[in-house]
Design a binder for this molecule. Structure first.
Ligand SMILES: [Zn+2]
Length: 267
């Protein structure tokens, strides 16, 4: 009930608009948070994450993350020019061997944890994960989620603030909404619709960047096999059942392979 009231309020204020998602065409309600505010929140959250993390800034793994990130970013901007053309991409590698995770904030501020690399195994596998995370950012899933969470929490003013101006709980909710950063407390998981959409669009991004999209199937199978740690990564938080996910990936594969072929790959 509260949620419906809050949505009605948002609509009455003209703060939310029903739009459709690029590529998949899903109808959704998304806040009219200005893109500049969204991007600034991404910058703030990213600098906070960087200041509290041990970063790897050279070496083959670091270079691999840069290479894949840049290639996927080019394709994301070609396929979804708005809002992606306003992104200022950045890719960090965080030295946490126990954390099998990755995320991307608004503006393309992306992180990969070293604990993910044994699961991704090779560049095609890592491209599948980075494509998925980058798709969340490009499709503005964090802002869509923030539209819901912020309405629920009753602090619409968040949209006009930077993280530094917020109370601790506002910051937590906002950062979690933007990134799925579970380490900040109770994670606010992306919805199944968002996860499925990030799987599909991420698959196309990776394929367009010249990475074999078929690697996604083995990757998500290894990821599921690695689940069950103390803090399951966002990557698995609200996913449809594993079988559904693999079936979906197979259904999207002909389109992905077509994109891969056009990018110079050999299906
Ligand atoms: Zn996800």
């Amino acid at each position: 009930m509260l949620f419906r009231h809050a949505l009605a309020l948002l609509l009455a204020l003209g703060l939310a608009a029903c739009t459709s998602t690029p590529i998949t065409g899903r109808s959704r309600l998304i806040s009219a948070v200005p893109l500049t505010t969204e991007l600034q929140l991404g910058v703030d959250a990213y600098s906070e994450a960087k200041s509290t993390s041990k970063l790897i800034t050279s070496g083959p793994d670091f270079e691999m993350v840069q290479r894949i990130g840049q290639r996927v970013a080019v394709v994301a901007e070609q396929m979804v020019p708005e809002p992606t053309s306003a992104f200022e991409w950045e890719f960090i590698l965080i030295d946490e061997p126990e954390t099998a995770n990755a995320w991307a904030l608004p503006g393309g501020k992306t992180a990969v944890y070293t604990g993910l690399l044994p699961i991704t195994q090779d560049e095609d596998g890592l491209a599948a994960v980075m494509g998925h995370e980058i798709a969340h950012a490009v499709l503005r899933h964090g802002t869509e989620r923030m539209t819901q969470q912020v309405a629920l929490q009753g602090f619409l003013g968040v949209a006009s603030l930077g993280l530094g101006d917020m109370t601790a709980s506002q910051r937590d909710v906002t950062m979690q909404a933007l990134s799925g950063l579970g380490s900040l407390g109770v994670a606010l998981p992306f919805s199944r619709a968002h996860e499925s959409e990030a799987d599909e669009v991420g698959l196309y991004f990776a394929a367009g960047a010249g990475y074999d999209p078929r690697a996604a199937i083995g990757l998500w199978e290894r990821m599921a096999a690695n689940a069950g740690g103390s803090s399951p990564p966002e990557l698995l938080s609200t996913h449809p059942s594993h079988g559904t996910r693999i079936a979906d990936l197979k259904a999207w594969m002909p389109t992905a392979l077509d994109i891969y072929r056009k990018a110079g790959g050999t299906p």
